[in-house]
Write a protein that binds this ligand. Structure first.
Ligand SMILES: Cc1ncc(C[n+]2csc(CCOP(=O)(O)OP(=O)(O)O)c2C)c(N)n1
Ligand SMILES: [Mg+2]
Length: 804
């Protein structure tokens, strides 16, 4: 094609893109206006529409989605740009008008882009600022991991792109990610900062861009600053232009924002006051009308399509890039630049004037091509050829068969953490495809969470090989720390946020890369709380992984204070998308792992199982709360009934007789105390039962689901716990005990109306031995007996000692 023809095509394209940019801004504004209008008429409630925050990104997203992006690229969109995202998808034919009309309403387009709740191909769920940004970085590392292992090489490499609010960079997890990205040799990652110099409350500090620039460069990123658009750049070349540039370069953010809001006359007055008597620049100002002056002075690169297209188009390397794009919050809308505009909504009159400016006739607000200066057929032809929208971007990957039973040598006395190490060690030996797809990761607690043996077998992952110097120097060490592209363990720095975001990225590999991974992450249980929001978002976007948290609770003994987790069993119960287990014995652990390996790969629609009333077919992630406390193991054969009961959440370790007076229900590391207490009570209470709870979470979820099913008329619905407790007489008392918050098991009494005394830990721990601490917090055998004595009248308990 001759050059002139090619550039002509580009000019046409640019003209169309300019029209689409206007249309995107209109549709997003109308979506928000419409949603708020509905809300007001329904319940008088005004909801924040984030019109200003959306408008800020309208040009950048137009340039990306209609031109620069390719189908293999993945994007985390700043939460408040959701209306722009949905408008773009609507134009591309991937979002329905109904969903836009129901924006923020029941089953409508989501307020913040959601992978799971939206239907228009959102790549990453955002909303809690900072998390989506970091997720792109880790997704890029996962892409490298997958390709380094020889998978998915026939597909092109994608770029992982985040659209970042400037105030979003206040979130510390972003910096933790940048540091980790540097260590892991990050590639193919673009962060585009919407530098509108406004947050929710305020105008941001002067000169922040310079700190960002220095910071990103320090970690090996290329930094591209897109400050002035083509109008301003041309004006700077005029006589007096240099003076204008000096003025605007030194204009404080607050003043700039205020002038943007005030408009042309205010610009003229201010410029005349400050530089109006300086020769050529006066003529430059005077040559423009108020409207032209306002257009000129707000012509920042983040709203200049040619500047953006050029910048995105000329990237020809895979180094991470940070684009700092100057923008105006609310650009093109009446409250542009106003510091209070974050949740600002246009008044009906303002919407009317925007409608007029956009040439949209009443009743034609949703028409895709209404008011545009191109024939609809031309526009449609353009949209049909948008590279990003060609083809299915969400992949599927087949399930990988997990070994039916996991072999692990169980020592007579063993902790669940040791069992975990032994189990992975066995898997490390296994030359199956399944074992090859396992990827482990840990935030600097690989060795202390017992992953060492696995890592010795499978090695650490890095794109470049790096030998363990201790090994080459022949210095004896238990651990082999060799890095290679084939390694299966990703060693992270200590930041737990990074662990969860990496798990989220690994756990979406089947959908993003079309290659399934089996991710297992380890950390100390108390530090779940450090990364909780990232864990929440990982679950929200249906990432699939196994989280092994060890050690846990006051059983940590010597580690006092807040190192001993209290709330995590409740987190395990309450976290949607995460099945929580707390086994006591290693054979239970093996049964749970066998289940988990399959469960994390399920994705069928939520059929309920009539056995336990859980929606097991939808699958989910798994959390195991483990312990370092060695416990005498039970010698028994693992039957299919027993392993099923373990997975369903509980089984009778000692089945109560028909005249049962007391049931002790325990979870986790306190098993020996519960067993001992039952022995101590046996002489004084009849038919004492001992219930081993392996998953309070699944037991509870099955119970509530069965109740709901009965309320809907399925009268035969019975959950696992209801069946287990069916034969227990109602006068029987129940003592529950665990090393965690007592509320975890306290609900068991409500299942069939048994009185309950829940034992557990409610206060920050202190150092001491396990027996000392169990006595102190009242979760030892004596405390169980004392609780049972009070709960169930009868003979005094002979073995009961006075409580401390
Ligand atoms: C973790 C978290 N904290 C607080 C909020 C509430 N919030 C939403 S947007 C916002 C300010 C965002 O400013 P910026 O990133 O600059 O985006 P802009 O609105 O300027 O486009 C805040 C505080 C949130 N969504 N997530
Ligand atoms: Mg901002």
């Amino acid at each position: 094609m001759p050059m002139s023809e090619k550039s002509k095509t580009s000019a046409d394209e640019l003209a169309i893109l300019r029209e689409l940019e206007r249309k995107v801004l209109w549709l997003a504004s109308w979506t928000i206006h419409n949603a708020n209008h509905l809300r007001e008429s329904v319940d008088g409630l005004k909801v924040g529409g984030h019109q200003a925050s959306s408008a800020s990104l309208a040009t950048i997203m137009t340039a990306l989605y209609f031109r620069a992006l390719r189908p293999q690229d993945r994007v985390a969109v700043k939460p408040h740009a959701s209306p722009i995202y949905h408008a773009i998808q609507y134009l591309l034919g991937r979002q329905s008008r109904k969903k836009l009309e129901d924006f923020r309403g029941y089953k409508g387009a989501q307020s913040y882009p959601s992978r799971t709740k939206d239907t228009d191909d959102v790549d990453f769920s955002t909303g809690s600022v900072g998390l989506g940004v970091a997720q792109t970085l880790f997704s890029s590392l996962v892409q490298d991991y997958v390709r380094a292992h020889g998978w998915g090489l026939d597909a092109p490499e994608g770029r992982m792109i985040a659209l970042v609010g400037d105030a979003e960079l206040d979130e510390g997890n972003i910096f933790e990610a940048i540091l980790e990205g540097w260590k892991q040799d990050l590639r193919n990652c673009w962060w585009i900062i919407d530098y509108n110099r406004q947050s929710l409350d305020a105008v941001i500090r002067e000169g922040l861009w310079a700190r960002y620039e220095a910071l990103f460069r320090a970690f090996g990123w290329e930094v591209v600053i897109l400050k002035y658009g083509s109008l301003l750049s041309e004006a700077f070349r005029e006589d007096g232009g240099e003076r204008l540039r000096q003025w605007i370069d030194s204009c404080p953010n607050q003043l700039y924002s205020a002038l943007v809001f005030q408009g042309g006359a205010a610009w003229r007055k201010r410029l005349n006051d400050e530089i109006g008597d300086q020769g050529p620049v006066t003529r430059l100002i005077e040559a423009r009308s108020d409207a032209e002056l306002a257009r000129l002075m707000t012509n920042l690169a983040g709203h200049d399509l040619p500047a953006l297209l050029e910048a995105f188009g000329k990237v020809d390397h895979d180094k991470p890039i940070c684009f700092i794009c100057y923008t105006i919050k609310g650009f093109g809308l009446p409250f542009a630049g106003h510091k209070d505009n974050h949740a600002g909504l246009m008044t009906p009159a303002q919407t009317e004037s925007l409608r007029a400016a956009m040439n949209v006739r009443p009743g034609h607000e949703w028409d895709k091509f209404e008011g545009l200066n191109f024939a609809p057929a031309d526009l449609q032809r353009f949209l049909d050829r948008v590279p990003f929208a060609s083809g299915d971007r969400r992949h599927r990957a087949a399930r990988i068969a997990a070994p039916a039973a996991l072999s692990v040598a169980i020592a007579p006395t063993m902790s669940t953490q040791a069992g975990f190490g032994a189990l992975l060690n066995e898997l490390g030996r296994d030359r199956s495809e399944f074992a090859d797809r396992i990827v482990t990761t840990s935030p600097d607690v690989t060795v202390s969470t017992n992953l060492g043996a696995w890592v010795n077998r499978r090695g650490l992952f890095a794109r470049a090989t790096m030998a363990d110097t201790f090994k080459s120097e022949r210095i004896p060490s238990t651990f082999n720390w060799d890095f290679s592209p084939k390694g299966q363990h990703i060693e992270l720095g200590i930041a737990e946020m990074n662990l969860f975001i990496l798990l989220s990225a690994l756990g979406l590999s089947h959908a993003i890369n079309g290659e399934r991974l089996i991710p297992i992450g380890t950390l100390y249980d108390p530090f779940i709380q450090r990364g909780l929001d990232a864990l929440n978002y990982a679950c929200y976007q249906e990432a699939r992984f196994i989280l092994v948290a060890t050690p846990a609770g006051i059983t940590l003994a010597g580690e006092g204070g807040a190192h001993q987790s209290i709330a995590t069993p409740l987190i395990g119960m309450a976290q949607d998308g995460l099945a929580a287990f707390e086994p006591a014995f290693v054979d239970e652990l093996a049964a749970i792992f066998a289940f988990a390996f399959d469960y994390i790969q399920r994705d069928a629609d939520g059929e309920v199982s009539e056995r336990n009333w859980l929606r097991d077919e939808t699958g989910g992630s798994v959390y195991l709360r483990l312990s370092t406390r060695p416990i005498e193991q039970i010698k028994r054969a693992m039957t299919s009934e027993l392993s099923q009961a373990i997975v369903d959440g509980a089984y009778w370790l000692r089945k109560p007789g028909p005249n049962c007076q007391v049931v002790v229900a325990y979870a986790g590391a306190v098993a020996p105390e519960a067993i001992q207490a039952v022995g101590l009570m046996a002489e004084d209470r009849r038919d004492v039962g001992l219930l081993a709870v392996t998953s309070a979470d699944r037991l509870n979820a099955g119970w509530t689901a069965a109740q709901r099913a009965r309320e809907r008329g399925l009268v035969h619905a019975r959950s696992h716990i209801e069946k287990l407790l069916a034969e227990i007489p109602t006068h029987c008392g129940m003592v529950t005990v665990l090393d965690g918050h007592p509320a975890t098991l306290a609900w068991l009494g409500a299942v069939r109306g048994h009185r309950v005394r829940p034992l557990g830990v409610e206060h920050f721990g202190q150092t001491g031995s396990i027996p000392e601490l169990y006595r102190h917090y009242g979760i030892d055998a004596n405390a169980v007996v004392a609780a049972a004595a009070t709960l169930t009248p009868g003979r005094p308990m002979r073995h009961l000692k006075a409580l401390p």
